[in-house]
Design a protein around this ligand. Structure first.
Ligand SMILES: [Zn+2]
Ligand SMILES: [Zn+2]
Length: 282
């Protein structure tokens, strides 16, 4: 991961779902063509890697050759090889192509993930909390099942507990959408959710620092009706104070037309928050 630098320059989209993800459309090649059109310098594919055995019928898949296949080493290898072909193909056009995964984390699958990921040749491993108690809090069809059983405090406390475990696992270069719990939570719990992190975020940030894990700015929040990216400015300032690096910016595109969305604005935000003082001094 240390070799990857400059990913917050506004020309790098490091969270992209090609049609290997069950919920995405657009081939690796179509995304690369679009990246060239947009003038991007780097693109990293981060296909979903969801391996909770209790969700086997729901999201334990990758799409290969137009068909959903149960996740296996061979299936993931196909995806990786496909991106590697694009890596060579686009190098001379000035587009760097990286292969990554967005890995859904839960404590009970941590050891399996460790052995599975060790076998894969990946440039970038993005950790994500999409599920709590085996329910997808980031899916509109499921989130309410979890919310109806939990108070806001219980929800956010549990989210940060799992986020802290993920950040401490040693599995990830970067954690995705730090306050992604707002995605459907804002509508259900109201504005109180915007400050709910204050009581619970500290151990999560400490775990990021201790394990040298970065965070991303995920621009999809604004496309989902939120006023701010993930994470919010307030959290970004806390992240900066702790010395945690924003290592990447990602659109979290699930279709080609969303590639690179709001990447420049996010890059400006990182610049404003992290480097403004230096700039003024100059
Ligand atoms: Zn995600
Ligand atoms: Zn994603």
């Amino acid at each position: 991961m240390d070799k990857l630098k400059g990913l917050t320059d506004g020309y790098s989209d490091f969270h992209v779902h090609p049609d290997y993800s069950k919920d995405a459309s657009g081939s690796v090649d179509e995304y690369c063509q679009k990246a060239l059109e947009l003038g991007l310098k780097r693109i990293c594919f981060t296909t979903h890697y969801d391996t909770d055995p209790q969700r086997k019928k729901i999201d334990y898949f990758m799409r290969v050759d137009g068909k959903l296949k149960l996740l296996s080493f061979e299936v993931v290898k196909r995806y990786i090889d496909d991106v590697k072909v694009a890596k060579s193909k686009y190098l001379s056009s000035g587009l760097e192509v990286y292969v990554g995964l967005e890995v859904d984390y839960a404590l009970h699958i941590e050891e399996n993930l460790r052995s599975e990921l060790a076998k894969l040749d990946l440039d970038f491993v993005l950790g994500a909390i999409h599920c709590l108690d085996h329910i997808a809090i980031t899916a509109s069809s499921e989130a309410h099942q979890y919310f109806e059983r939990k108070t806001l405090k219980e929800y956010i406390k549990e989210y940060f507990k799992v986020f802290t475990q993920a950040s401490s696992s040693g599995l990830f270069d970067c954690m995705a959408h730090l306050d992604g719990y707002k995605k459907y939570g804002l509508k259900f719990y109201g504005n109180e959710i915007l400050s709910a992190h204050r009581e619970f975020i500290e151990p999560a940030l400490d775990a990021l620092v201790k394990n040298n894990v970065g965070i991303e700015i995920n621009t999809s929040a604004k496309r989902k009706g939120q006023d701010e990216f993930y994470p919010s400015k307030e959290i970004l300032y806390m992240v900066k104070e702790k010395g945690i690096e924003v290592v990447a910016i990602g659109s979290d595109a699930h279709r080609v037309e969303d590639l690179g969305k709001d990447i420049e604005e996010a890059a400006k935000l990182v610049g404003d928050i992290y480097y403004q003082k230096n700039k003024i001094k100059k």
